[in-house]
Write a new protein. Structure first.
Lengths: 252, 353
């Protein structure tokens, strides 16, 4: 009998530690499927962040490195430059990691158009440490460190990473996707595949922001969390392509 | 004998790194070591290497972490305030057992301090520099020739023991020019089967990681790392002795302080005072044995340092407090001259008699 659905080879067959309803599992699978389809597992090196996905190194079958909090783009820069022709390098980072403590590394890797792929999980909260306010937490969002709701007078406004980076000349490709329903998951995979293909083609820095859910720390059921993405996250974080230098060039 | 060329200490480090096979340099501008970056910026593109001016010291050390993970020789250089910023990365490099070479051309501190020579990062370097239980191999050159030779040696030690080697120089060493021979033997690089270079679908995946959430396992990793440190202490300690055999007074000094002290030893000997000098070349591991041996006949020790007295603690430990240790020092970017050291010797000698 023909196998029509299987675990991607790039994803190791072990139980994931993520909470029920967390979308990390979906995104892990999408990245692994793309690695399989592009046939790049043997030359891929993944960089795990500090945060909920810190142990991603146990899940991906390719070589993996665990970086210090926020430093994944700098580590990826080193790995890529160590052997640019033979290394495919991706980072997998959350919002605290990428947009708070590691903002400098993110911006400068993008500005250099470093030929790497960044998978950015934006779930508007610090998950691993128990649900603190993130740089992407929405105005009014209740977290452990914004118990009365995020007050922009005291802590400013959530950072729109794709929009911000799109102002840089450097980066090749920036797209925001989400994984709250089947259609969106399919789009997310397309974006992730493009981000890896860009690297293979030597085009440079590609970042895919995946608007994700955290039912545990949002205090919702998995279904409510997916609905909240639609009702609250996406109006502030609109999906779409924010930069595509190659397409821009072709258009010109 | 090989031809000698006149070079600045900082340039000698950079050229020696290239000789050692280092093709990846990441740095951030800071006085008094920027010549290293400038040299690398010029040379690396011509030899297929990477020079990258990082956005910060933190990024630079993490780029080092990336190249080291991929199993290639890599370095960064900085000066005191910059090395503090690298502290996080140094700890992660240690926790992940990655080899790298870090250069600290020290300047006076604390804080932004000044830009003149100092040895005030002795504690920071010999005790690790970042959080957690770990050491770096700390090499202290006292000439431009040693800047070059210890750089090559540092890469080799780092690879052998899978840890960071630090060149702990000071502004004088970095800035002064001396004739140097670059005819330095480089041993063949060893295999790094642990490196993350891609599985090529031919092996299990490699993981470079410093996270270990099970305390029993993390303890075990720490114990094993310190077993390795013990081997280094036994096999890799380096020092120079000068007129120690019959000495009543023994000076401890490294780097530029040792050169100043050597002059003072010569002057004191002319006056009939039996003085010797032990110059640690490895600050970690600290050469305890020659100090312990000297304490069998010496009546007093003097630690000459460009700081408020840091190595003096290691001297006291090494001689097991058998006799008094006096500090002769300048700080904040000042350097003791031979006359100050000679005065210190005379004062101690008065006490000894």
């Amino acid at each position: 009998m023909a196998v029509v659905f299987d675990r991607p080879h790039a994803l190791i067959d072990v139980p994931l530690h993520y909470c029920p309803g967390c979308t990390h599992g979906i995104v892990h699978r999408l990245v692994a499927e793309v690695i399989d389809e592009l046939g790049i597992e043997g030359k891929t090196i993944g960089i795990a962040p500090v945060g909920c996905s810190v142990m991603a190194y146990n899940y991906f079958n390719c070589d993996m490195i665990e970086a210090a909090h926020g430093r994944a783009p700098a580590v990826a820069t080193g790995v890529k430059r160590a052997d640019p022709d033979n290394h495919i390098v991706f980072t997998y980072q959350g919002d605290g990691d990428l947009a708070s403590i590691g903002m400098a590394e993110t911006v400068h890797a993008a500005a250099r158009n470093e030929n790497i792929t960044v998978i950015f999980i934006n779930n508007a909260i610090y998950g691993m440490t128990g649900g603190q306010m993130a740089p992407t937490s929405l105005v009014g969002q209740v977290t452990q460190t914004s118990p009365y709701g995020r007050d922009p007078k005291a802590c400013g406004y959530p950072i729109k990473v794709c929009e911000m980076l799109s102002e840089l000349v450097g980066p090749e490709y920036l797209e925001r996707v989400t994984v709250n329903n089947v259609k969106n998951i399919r789009n997310a995979k397309k974006a992730i595949k493009k981000a890896f293909q860009n690297q293979i083609d030597g085009k440079g820095f590609s970042l895919i922001e995946v608007v994700s859910s955290c039912p545990t720390n949002w205090g919702m059921t998995p279904k409510q969390a997916l609905d909240w993405i639609e009702s609250d996250m996406l109006p502030y974080y609109p999906l779409g392509v924010y930069k595509d230098r190659s397409a821009q060039k072709e258009a010109e | 004998m090989a031809d000698k060329i006149l070079m600045k200490g900082n340039e000698a480090i950079a050229e020696a790194a290239i000789i050692a096979g280092c093709r990846h340099y990441f740095g951030y501008p800071i006085t008094p070591q920027t010549e290293i970056a400038a040299y690398m910026a010029k040379k690396m593109p011509k030899i297929g290497g990477t020079f990258l001016q990082a956005e910060s010291e933190i990024a630079a050390i993490n780029m080092v972490y990336g190249v080291a993970s991929a199993g290639k020789r890599v370095m960064t250089s900085s000066s005191s305030p910059g090395v503090s910023l690298k502290g996080e990365g140094l700890s992660y490099l240690a926790g992940s057992d990655l080899p790298s070479l870090i250069v600290n051309v020290q300047r006076g501190g604390p804080g932004l301090g000044g830009i003149q020579p100092s040895q005030s990062d002795y504690f920071q370097s010999t005790r690790g520099g970042g959080h957690g239980d770990y050491h770096m191999i700390v090499l202290a050159p006292a000439s431009v020739q040693e800047m070059a030779e210890l750089t090559v040696k540092g890469f080799e030690l780092a690879d052998t023991y899978r840890m960071t080697a630090m060149i702990l120089a000071d502004g004088t060493m970095g800035q002064m020019m001396e004739p140097v021979s670059l005819d330095i033997e480089v041993k063949p690089e060893i295999d790094k089967p642990w490196a993350t270079t891609g599985t090529k679908m031919a092996r299990e995946h490699n993981i470079v990681n410093s996270l270990s959430l099970v305390p029993e396992e993390l303890e075990d990793l720490n114990f094993k790392r310190y077993d390795r440190y013990k081997i280094i202490e036994e096999n890799e300690t380096m020092y120079e002795e000068y007129m120690v055999d019959d000495a009543d007074i023994v000076i401890a000094a490294f780097g530029i302080a040792a050169r100043v002290s050597k002059n003072a030893v010569d002057e004191a000997r002319k006056l009939g005072i039996k003085v010797g000098l032990i110059r640690p070349i490895t600050l970690w591991p600290f050469p305890k044995a020659p100090f312990k041996k000297a304490a069998e006949h010496a009546k007093a020790f003097i630690s000459v340092e460009l700081n408020m007295g840091q190595m003096i603690e290691d001297v006291q430990l090494a001689i097991e407090s058998k006799c008094p240790v006096t500090l002769c020092n300048r700080a904040g970017g000042m350097i003791p001259d031979p006359a100050q050291v000679l005065n210190s010797i005379k004062e101690v000698n008065g006490g000894v008699q």
